[in-house]
Design a binder for this molecule. Structure first.
Ligand code: BDP
Length: 697
C-alpha cells in the first residue's frame, strides 16, 4: 500500500447487502462513447464497477432489464431526451451533471447525464464516489455544477525538474523525455484532477523561464495537453515578461512597443497551432526580481492587456498576479498589492483575471483575508491558495489546509454590505463576473504517493472540492477524503478527522500564534527564525514583522501605525482597529500590544503567548495519541508512515516553541509561567542550527 491511488480506490464493497443492491442497480450499461472524453468516462466507470462490485457490467444498446445505467448527453444517447427535461439539463450548465434514478417502462434505471461530455465524466466520478463511500443509490436525484469557471493547479515546477517550494520529490513533468515518452502517471494525474473538478493546470513556475515558450518545449507542452484534454484539463503556461528579449532577440519587452506586441501575438498563434485549447498565461511581473511592465515605465494593466490581446482571438485568458511588493517602497509590505492594483480597477481587458493570494503577506499559517477582495469590483479576482506547505512544515507536518481556505472564503469583506464574503467575490456573484477562478499552488511531485505526506493528498482533494464549490464544508470534505482514501470504519473516520481538523490550528499555535507571522528560517522557510534580521531586504526578515521590544510585540497596522487597515471596508477596519474587538487570532497582525495586555482568558499577552506555544505542542501530542489508536484499522504501511511523520512533527513543534519563547523572552523579560516544560537547549543553540540542504528553496 503506497498511496498511489489517492482517493480513486475501487476496492471491493465489503458490506454484503450494499454489494447486492449495487450490483442490482448496475445490471447493464448503455453508454455509447464516441469522443475521447466519453471513452475516458466509460473506462473509469467500467474499471470502477469492476473493482467495487467485482463484476463486469454487460453493455447494451437499449434498456432490457431493471438496473440499467444510462450514460451520455442527449446528443450521444437519444434515449435520454425523453427522460430528463431540457430545463433541468440547462440548469446544470456547461460543466454540471445530473444523476437520477427513475422508472422507465416499469424498470428502475440510473441516468448519468450532462450537456457536455466533460459533464458526463464529472457525473461518472460522482457516481463512483457514492459507491466508494457506500452510500444509498436507490433514489438518486443529484444536480451539481461548479460555481467557479477556472479551477486550476499552479505548479511551481522548473524545467530542470526541481520544484520551488515543492516537497514531494521532483516535478512530474519529465521534460527531457517529452514529447516522445508519455509517463502513465500523466493520465492518473488527469484522472485525479478531473475527479474533483480541476479543469486547468499551469505547468511551470511563476518565476518563469522563457525557454518553455520555445518551439522545442511547446511540442512537449502539446504532448501533455493531449493527455489531459479528454479529462477536461487545459494547460496554461507562465509567461516570462522578458521573453521577447530572451527568445525573440528584441531590444525591449515594453508592452506598448509594436514589435513586442507582434512577438507575443505570433507566439500565441504558434502555441494555439500546437495546443488549440491552450488556456492562457499566468504572470508574475515586477515582483521578487521578475521582469515586468514597470521596467519600461508602464503599469500592470499595460502588461496584462498586451498579453490578453495576444491570446484573446483564440479564447485564452491571462491571470496576472497581484503578489507584488518592493523593499524600496518605504511602506508596509502588506499594503503594496492594494496600492498598486486598486487604482487599476476597470482598466483590464475582459479576458484578464487578477490572481490574489488569500492574504496580503505570503501564505502564512494564518492571515486575515487580502484587502483586494471586494476592492476591485470591475475586475475579476481569482483566489490563489497554496497547497504546498511552504510555511506549514513542508510535506513533513500533517496540516489539513481546508479549514484555512474555508476561513478566508467565509470572511466578510463588507464590500457591498454584510454578507459580501470572499467566496462571493471570487465566484463572481457579488460583482457579476462570468470569468472566475481559484488557483492552488500544487503540492504534487513524483513521490510514489504524489504529495510526500499521505495526508497532504487531502489538500489537493480539498482544493478541488472548494474550487468547485467555495461554500463546501472542510469537515465534510475531510470525512469524504478519509473514507475514499483510507477506510469507511466510522471510528477511524471520526478520529482521523479530528486529527485533521486540529492540525492547522496546532501549527498556528506552535509556529505563529495570535497573529504573528513570517518567523520562519531564512531562505528555505523551515523551522523557527524569529531572530532573522539585517538581511539585504528588510521585508524578508522576521523582525520586520514581529517588532518585539521591551514594551510588547506585533505590527501596528492601525491608523496610528502603517494604517493598512484603511484598505478594508469601514466595518472590517473598525472591528480590527479596536484592540477590544479585534479577534485575538489576528491581534499581533494588526496591533503592537503590551506584554501585560489582558487577554480574554485573563492571562497577560506574554502568558498567553507561552500558553499558545505550549498548546500547539500539546495538540500534536493529541494528534499522535489519536493516530496510535488507529493501528490495525488501516494498512500497516500508511499507518507507520504517518506515525513516524507525526513523531518528527512533535519534535519540531517543540523546537518552534522553545526557540520562539526563548527569543521573545529576551524582550518581555518575564518568566515563563510555571508548569510548562523547560526548553531543551539555549537560544544560542537554536540560532546556530543550519540547514544547508533543506529542500524546495
Ligand atoms: C513565496 C515564495 C517564493 C515564490 C513567491 C511567489 O517564497 O518562492 O516565488 O512566493 O508566490 O511564497 O511568487
Amino acid at each position: 500500500e503506497n498511496g498511489y491511488d489517492l482517493w480513486l480506490r475501487y476496492h471491493p464493497v465489503k458490506n454484503p447487502s450494499k454489494l447486492k443492491t449495487y450490483r442490482a442497480a448496475a445490471s447493464e450499461l448503455i453508454f455509447p462513447a464516441s469522443s475521447e472524453t466519453l471513452r475516458a468516462a466509460k473506462f473509469e466507470l467500467t474499471q470502477g464497477l469492476r473493482g467495487l462490485l467485482g463484476m463486469s457490467i454487460p453493455e447494451k444498446q437499449t434498456i432490457s432489464k431493471p438496473g440499467a445505467i444510462l450514460v451520455g448527453t442527449p446528443v450521444t444517447l437519444g434515449l435520454l431526451k425523453g427522460l430528463i427535461s431540457s430545463e433541468k439539463l440547462r440548469s446544470v450548465g456547461r460543466e454540471g451533471y445530473i444523476i437520477q434514478t427513475l422508472n422507465h417502462n416499469q424498470k428502475r434505471v440510473t441516468v448519468i447525464t450532462a450537456n457536455t461530455d466533460i459533464g458526463v465524466l464529472y457525473g461518472v466520478f460522482s457516481y463512483l464516489k457514492l459507491l466508494q463511500m457506500e452510500e444509498t443509490v436507490a433514489n438518486l436525484s443529484i444536480e451539481d455544477k461548479p460555481s467557479i469557471s477556472h479551477r486550476l493547479l499552479n505548479h511551481w515546477d522548473n524545467l530542470d525538474r526541481t520544484v520551488e517550494r515543492g516537497y514531494a520529490g521532483f516535478s512530474l513533468w519529465d521534460w527531457h523525455r517529452l514529447p516522445d515518452y508519455i509517463d502513465p502517471r500523466y493520465k492518473d494525474y488527469a484522472r485525479a484532477n478531473a475527479s474533483v473538478g480541476i479543469n486547468g493546470t499551469v505547468l511551470t513556475n511563476v518565476n518563469a523561464n522563457a525557454l518553455i515558450l520555445s518551439k522545442e518545449y511547446l511540442a512537449k507542452v502539446a504532448a501533455l495537453a493531449n493527455v489531459f484534454r479528454p479529462y477536461g484539463i487545459k494547460v496554461y503556461l507562465t509567461a516570462r515578461f522578458s521573453a521577447p528579449i530572451e527568445l525573440g532577440k528584441l531590444k525591449t519587452a515594453d508592452p506598448l512597443d509594436t514589435n513586442v506586441k507582434a512577438w507575443w501575438k505570433a507566439k500565441a498563434d504558434e502555441i494555439y497551432s500546437l495546443v488549440p485549447d491552450f488556456g492562457g498565461f499566468l504572470v508574475k511581473a515586477n515582483s521578487e526580481g521578475q521582469p515586468g511592465p514597470q521596467n519600461y515605465g508602464r503599469n500592470h494593466a499595460d502588461g496584462a492587456n498586451m498579453l490578453a490581446e495576444a491570446v484573446q482571438p483564440h479564447g485564452g485568458i491571462v491571470m496576472w498576479r497581484a503578489f507584488v511588493y518592493d523593499n524600496k517602497v518605504p511602506d508596509d509590505r502588506a499594503k503594496q498589492a492594494y496600492n498598486e492594483f486598486k487604482p487599476l480597477d476597470g482598466q483590464f481587458k475582459s479576458n484578464v483575471m487578477i490572481q490574489v493570494k488569500n492574504g496580503a503577506i505570503d501564505f502564512q499559517p494564518r492571515e486575515p483575508f487580502h484587502p483586494l477582495f471586494g476592492a476591485m469590483p470591475k475586475t475579476p479576482l481569482a483566489m490563489e491558495f497554496q497547497m504546498t506547505q511552504e510555511y506549514l512544515g513542508f510535506a513533513t507536518h500533517l496540516a489539513y489546509l481546508a479549514p484555512m481556505f474555508e476561513e478566508t472564503l467565509k470572511s466578510d469583506t463588507y464590500a457591498q454590505g454584510a454578507g459580501s464574503t470572499v467566496a462571493k467575490v471570487i465566484d463572481g456573484t457579488l460583482e457579476s463576473h462570468i470569468l472566475t477562478g481559484m488557483a492552488g499552488v500544487s503540492n504534487i511531485g513524483n513521490d510514489i504517493n504524489w504529495t510526500g505526506h499521505p495526508f497532504a493528498q487531502a489538500n489537493w482533494y480539498a482544493f478541488g472540492r472548494l474550487s468547485w464549490n467555495p461554500e463546501a464544508s472542510s469537515v465534510k470534505i475531510a470525512g469524504d477524503w478519509l473514507k475514499l482514501t483510507f477506510s469507511k470504519d466510522a471510528g477511524f473516520v471520526e478520529d482521523a478527522r479530528s486529527i485533521m481538523m486540529l492540525s492547522r490550528e496546532a501549527i498556528v499555535n506552535y509556529m505563529t500564534p495570535l497573529g504573528l507571522h513570517h518567523l520562519m528560517g531564512w531562505s528555505h522557510h523551515y523551522g523557527p527564525g524569529p531572530w532573522i534580521k539585517d538581511k539585504e531586504r528588510a521585508d524578508w526578515t522576521s523582525v520586520y514583522y514581529h517588532k518585539a521590544d521591551s514594551f510588547g510585540i506585533g505590527f501596528n497596522r492601525t491608523s496610528s501605525g502603517s494604517n493598512a487597515l484603511s484598505q478594508y471596508a469601514p466595518e472590517v477596519k473598525a472591528k480590527f482597529e479596536n484592540i477590544n474587538t479585534c479577534p485575538e487570532e489576528y491581534l499581533l497582525w494588526f496591533h503592537h500590544v503590551s506584554w501585560d495586555h489582558k487577554m480574554k482568558s485573563g492571562r497577560t499577552l506574554w502568558e498567553e503567548l507561552c500558553y499558545k506555544y505550549n498548546k500547539g505542542v500539546d495538540d500534536v501530542k493529541v494528534m499522535q495519541s489519536t493516530w496510535n489508536l488507529q493501528k490495525g484499522k488501516i494498512d500497516k504501511e500508511r499507518f507507520e508512515q504517518v506515525k513516524s511523520l507525526l513523531a518528527i512533527q512533535f519534535k519540531e513543534a517543540q523546537w518552534w516553541r522553545d526557540a520562539c519563547v526563548l527569543y521573545f523572552q529576551q524582550f518581555s523579560k518575564r518568566p515563563v509561567p510555571a508548569g510548562y516544560p523547560k526548553p531543551a537547549h539555549s537560544l544560542e543553540y537554536y540560532q546556530k542550527l543550519e540547514f544547508p540542504y533543506a529542500p524546495g528553496i
